[in-house]
Each structure stands twice: as C-alpha cells, then as structure tokens.
Write a protein that binds this ligand. Structure first.
Ligand SMILES: Nc1ncnc2c1ncn2[C@@H]1O[C@H](COP(=O)(O)OP(=O)(O)O)[C@@H](O)[C@H]1O
Ligand SMILES: Nc1ccn([C@@H]2O[C@H](COP(=O)(O)O)[C@@H](O)[C@H]2O)c(=O)n1
Length: 253
C-alpha cells in the first residue's frame, strides 16, 4: 500500500485554491463508497477532523430529488425508479458541485433510504484539496462529467453487486428480499445497462473488483500524491486547466 508521503503538508497558505475533483462511478454496490474511503484512508485523512480534511467524499445520493405524493407511494411499494437520471435534482447537483469546484463551503442534503427522502438536517462540506464525488450516474450528465479532473469507474461483477446489495439493503435500508429483487429486475438492472454502463467509456481508470483491487487503488493514491506534491503544483494547475482536452491519468485501451 502507498505510504502517506508529504500529502500532509498541504495546508494553510500552501492549500490549492480549487480542489482536484475526482468522479467515481459504477453500478450499485460495486464498492464506490468503499473505494473512496480506502483512498481517503491511504492519503492519511480518515483520522483528520472534518473541517481540516484535505480529502472529502460527496455522494450523488445526497441529490436525490424530493418526491410528490404519488411517487412517495411508489417508493414505499418499491416501484419508483431511483436508477433513472430523472430521480436526481440535476440543477442542485450542478450548482453545489460548481461551488465545491470553486473551493467554497457548501451544505448538502442528508438522504434517508428508509424514508426515501431528505432529512431536515444538512451536512457541511468544507473546502478541500481533493473531492471525490461518487454515484451511479456521476458521468451521465455532461455538465457534471466535464467538471472532473480524474474519472474512475468501479467495475464489479453483477452477481457480486446483487448479493452485496441484498445484504446491505436488508441490513441498512429497511428492505425485504422480495422488494429488493423486484426493484433490481424491473429498474436497477435495466437502468444500469442503459444509463450507467455506457458511461464507463469516459473513465480514465477502470477498477476491476472494486476495493479488492489494492494494486489499482495504490496506483491511484500515488498519482494523487504526485499531483498534489508542492513541487508539482504548477504542473497540476496547468493540467487541471486543460483537463477538457485530455486526461493526465492513464486511459484504458
Ligand atoms: N471488496 C469488498 N468485499 C466485501 N464487501 C464489500 C466490498 N466492497 C464493498 N463491500 C460491501 O458491499 C456493500 C456495497 O459497497 P459500497 O462501497 O457501499 O458500494 P457502492 O457505494 O458502490 O454502492 C457494502 O455493504 C460494503 O461493505
Ligand atoms: N430511496 C432510494 C434511493 C436510491 N436507492 C438505490 O440506491 C442505489 C444507488 O446507491 P448505491 O450506493 O447503491 O450506489 C440505486 O441503485 C437505487 O436503486 C434506493 O434503493 N432507495
């Protein structure tokens, strides 16, 4: 695993005014959150107090839109399609991520999968050097996709994803097996194939087997450390500026 190296030196006046934005896409339960946590941990950030963190994780799920009465009933019955792009509040997601990209402090909704709704409380996201934005459709919307300086796609076998989703949703999201399987066959799988999987082509790095792939995660961490090392700041700024015209991360062939 990568050593923490001099990443910890980025603070105060040395801090980059605009964060390095990394998009992390992949199917449901592919391990997106786990990969982000591992990256954060390897960059020596998991023990750091929230306000001081140089690496933060934002979830696209925070931007699920509010549902109307009829949609709420469907969601409670497990028939609402949460895997369709229209399930997200695109405008709020873009506005918030634009502010994050400008290095501003933002407040994002806390989403509750049991209530299928946002909670009244919000979470503050403070400026950081690296922001990981993870979700099933983070590469789907061009306005969002174009904001990322690096794009990762977590590629985990569908059977593994379904079995993990069953375990997770029964334990953590208040679902029963029938509902999970019905939702999976009617919405989750078809939407994955239509909207998520085609975005894999935008990835700079594809991570087969998700968080089990320690070699890939280690290489990504080393790459981030290299880009953010104080001696490389000028090059990094230039690369960020030109990130539309091509990526500096290795592309899959
Ligand atoms: N490599 C792994 N081995 C075993 N379980 C894993 C692994 N990666 C993730 N999980 C578990 O699978 C579930 C989904 O993982 P998560 O990272 O939340 O996926 P995603 O963010 O893509 O939905 C969680 O319960 C998590 O603990
Ligand atoms: N109320 C909701 C909202 C979303 N989902 C499912 O969550 C999945 C996305 O989150 P992952 O952590 O799995 O990437 C997506 O597939 C939705 O079906 C839900 O079950 N309930």
């Amino acid at each position: 695993m990568a050593a923490v190296s001099d990443f910890g030196r980025l603070n105060g006046a040395d801090r980059i005014p605009r964060p390095f934005l990394i998009g992390v896409a992949g199917g449901t339960a592919s391990g997106k959150s786990t990969v982000c946590s591992k990256i954060t941990q390897l960059l020596g950030q998991s023990e750091v107090e929230t306000r001081q963190r140089q690496v933060v994780i934002v979830s696209q799920d925070s931007f699920y839109r509010e549902l109307n009465a009829e949609e709420k009933e469907m969601a409670a019955a497990g028939t609402f399609n949460f895997d369709h792009p229209s399930a997200f509040d695109l405008q709020q997601m873009i506005q918030t991520m634009t502010l994050v990209a400008e290095g501003k402090t933002v407040e994002i909704p806390n989403y509750d999968y049991i209530l299928n709704a946002r909670l009244p409380s919000k979470q503050k996201v403070y400026p950081a050097d690296v922001v990981l934005f993870e979700g099933i459709l983070v590469f789907y919307f061009p306005e969002l996709r174009d904001m990322f300086h690096m794009k990762l796609f977590v590629d985990t076998d569908p059977d593994t994803r379904l079995s993990r989703r069953v375990l997770r949703d029964t334990k953590e999201r208040g679902r029963d097996l029938d509902q999970i399987l019905n939702m999976y066959t009617s919405h989750v799988k078809p939407a994955f194939e239509e909207f998520c999987l085609p975005t894999k082509k935008y990835a700079d790095v594809i991570i087969p087997r998700g968080a089990d792939n320690t070699v890939a995660i280690d290489l990504i961490v080393q790459h981030i450390q290299e880009l953010l090392r104080p001696s490389n700041r000028d090059t990094t700024r230039r690369l960020r500026h030109h990130s539309d015209s091509g990526s500096f991360a290795s592309r899959p062939h």
